[in-house]
Design a protein. Structure first.
Length: 642
């Protein structure tokens, strides 16, 4: 069956471990180990995804998340494309299906409420063939007698999961057995569409789980789901053997691995809830860098295998001669052998470095620094990156005072990779325990490439430092955010996020993006932000860009907005809008709103934007319009005089 998802959607947001409602069923995307990709190297090269700077960065992050068991990533691979018999041989070489598995594995009949198990290998929807009718429908025909008009087996609404990323169906049989008679044996029943023994009904009174009940056709017992929605009450569901019914089974339906051992208690949620799937992603701009020039010989299939398997150099010399690789690549054998040995040494040194503790904040800052250095250049005209520094003297005195430089980025390429995911359950545990990778044993991760354009604003760290040191009361607001964050226990929050210089850039970014949506014509879901801020690396910049998998990301509508005739108006309107919020004065005076109270003077009416556009994790945090327009003593906004 063909998928209605685009390739980039199979990376994010419906990547490995995510559920998606296909036309005929609901399914979970399997790990890349299950994808039928035999030419991942060719696929990566054909899509232009071989960015070794990003791959090296990802390997270091994975080692931090997974420890010494982390497997090294060699490629970033685009999901396979549909087979087209009229496509070229090169395109056909990178075709093939990806794999998904039906989930949830239980469904209920839309007519008679029969609770049955899906056939995981059957690709199509299932009609109920129940020969009986439930007690409340005794006077009506059974689904079997209705044939084509029978009820449709639809996926159940709720699933159970834990903070370590495991996910499973609700334990319906165990729940029912707490109310069934002793001689009622549900474990040995198939619970198929032709012989259902359980019914899931809703009295439609709107009392949540209390309105839902499960009924047994064998013994006639009934059990309400009262308490399943409450954590403390769920813990009281005990089987006849004294086992906690809602203890996690360690199920990983997105892999073929056996279940993990898990002691966490399950949370229950609608299967489409956003907290069920939080992708862990990394993205990078493809930037020109002479230090990263790599001989394409190292990326051929044969060389990759020799390096991976540790083939002896003497044998490699013989195979180079047999395959005429020296002639194909216009290199002599000695240079080839030298490159292979250097690649091996680099891999060994890389693994030794990864054995040490990794400071993720410093790692991220140094990674972003490479891009920042490219963005602030006068002119860059490369295949994958084109930018130009604008003449700041063409702009007003206010803009000259506020920013160190402005740049038009006429072309950029962004590569986004999915490292894995986590699920937000009832327990707050360390990220390295909640993280689930997108691969198990493979050496590649799913990724996609986007082409776009943007505008880059360099605030200048010194400008922000002068403002920050002369407005000491912002320190008090930083302390307020720290107090608010103490209850969230979110490990994605970085120390620099509390810095009001970062909050200034982030809030200005959101306001400018909202104004660009109005004046530029792009939807906010098509615009992204990338914030470059680090005191150690001397960075204070903002890139607002559009990156799309198709051509609409590079039509010139955004990059022209940096020109004085456009930017002056956009900038002025964005600052003026910072003074206006329908929720003021409550909003501007807030001591904490949004996720865990990690935004102050910012709400969805003024400064928050769609999650896809925001760069922070969690989304829409560390925002405060006071950083821009505040006018209190020792807490004056950066743009308060404009």
């Amino acid at each position: 069956m063909k998928s209605d998802l685009r390739k980039n959607q199979l990376v994010i947001p419906f990547g490995v471990g995510a559920t998606y409602n296909y036309l005929l069923f609901s399914a979970i995307t399997m790990s890349v180990d299950e994808w039928n990709i035999q030419y991942e190297k060719k696929l990566a090269l054909s899509e232009g995804l071989m960015d070794h700077r990003l791959i090296s960065y990802i390997n270091k992050k994975l080692r931090s998340y997974e420890g010494s068991r982390s497997l090294r990533i060699r490629f970033l691979c685009s999901p396979p494309i549909d087979y087209d018999p009229f496509a070229s041989q090169e395109e056909q070489a990178v075709t093939g299906p990806y794999t998904s598995r039906k989930f949830p594995q239980w469904g209920s009949c839309s007519r008679c409420s029969a609770l049955v198990k899906f056939n995981p290998t059957h690709a199509y929807s299932t009609r109920c063939q129940n020969p009986n009718s439930p007690p409340w429908m005794k006077s009506q025909q059974s689904c079997l007698s209705l044939k084509g008009n029978a009820g449709k087996i639809e996926p159940v609404r709720f699933v159970a999961y834990c903070s370590k990323g495991h996910i499973q169906d609700l334990p319906y049989i165990k729940i029912m057995q707490t109310a069934c008679s002793r001689d009622c044996d549900l474990n040995n029943k198939q619970h198929s569409p032709t012989a259902p023994y359980l019914y899931l009904s809703d009295d439609t009174l709107g009392f949540g789980f209390t309105s839902i009940s499960i009924n047994c056709a064998s013994c006639g017992s009934r059990k309400r789901f009262r308490g399943i929605g409450n954590e403390e009450d769920r813990d009281k569901f005990i089987s006849s053997y004294g086992e906690k019914i809602f203890q996690c089974e360690g199920a990983k339906p997105w892999t073929s691995d056996v279940n993990d051992e898990c002691s966490e208690m399950l949370s229950v949620s609608p299967r489409a809830a956003s907290k069920l799937y939080l992708p862990v992603q990394e993205s990078a701009l493809k930037i020109p860098d002479a230090d990263l020039v790599r001989n394409p010989f190292l990326d051929t299939d044969e060389v990759i295998k020799w390096i991976e398997k540790g083939t002896d150099l003497i044998k490699i010399r013989d195979m180079i001669e047999a395959l005429d690789l020296d002639e194909k690549h216009s290199m002599n054998k000695e240079d080839m052998l030298k490159l292979i040995q250097e690649e091996r040494d680099s891999a060994e040194n890389h693994d030794i470095e990864l054995d040490e503790n990794i400071d993720l904040d410093k790692l991220e800052d140094s990674f972003y620094k490479k891009e920042f250095e490219t963005l602030i250049k006068e002119n860059v005209n490369e295949r994958d990156f084109v930018s130009k520094k604008e003449d700041l003297f063409q702009y007003s005195k206010q803009i000259q005072k506020s920013f160190e430089s402005l740049h038009s980025v006429k072309k950029l390429i962004e590569i986004t990779a999915n490292l894995g995911f986590e699920r937000k359950g009832r327990a707050h545990i360390e990220f390295n325990e909640s993280f689930q990778p997108a691969r198990v044993n493979e050496n590649f991760l799913p990724a996609f490439k986007s082409t776009g354009e943007g505008i880059f604003i360099n605030f200048g760290l010194k400008n922000l430092e002068d403002w920050y040191t002369s407005n000491s009361n912002f320190k008090n607001l930083e302390e307020q955010l720290s107090i608010n964050a103490s209850s969230s226990q979110n490990k994605n929050i970085k120390a620099k996020n509390y810095d009001y210089r970062f909050i200034l850039i982030h809030t200005f970014s959101h306001l400018l993006m909202r104004q660009l949506e109005i004046e530029c014509g792009y939807s906010l879901t098509e615009i992204k932000e990338r914030i470059y801020f680090s005191e150690a690396e001397n960075m204070a910049g903002l890139l607002i860009y559009t990156a799309s998998a198709d051509s609409q990301g590079s039509l010139g509508g955004l990059v022209r907005m940096i020109k004085p005739s456009f930017f002056e108006g956009v900038f002025k309107n964005a600052i003026e809008n910072a003074y206006v919020c329908f929720n003021d004065p409550i909003c501007i005076e807030s001591k904490g709103q949004g996720y865990s109270g990690l935004s102050l003077g910012a709400c969805h009416a003024c400064a928050m934007i769609p999650d896809l556009a925001c760069s922070t994790l969690p989304k829409n945090i560390f925002l405060d319009r006071n950083a821009l327009i505040g006018n209190e003593a020792n807490a004056k906004g950066y743009f308060a005089d404009f």
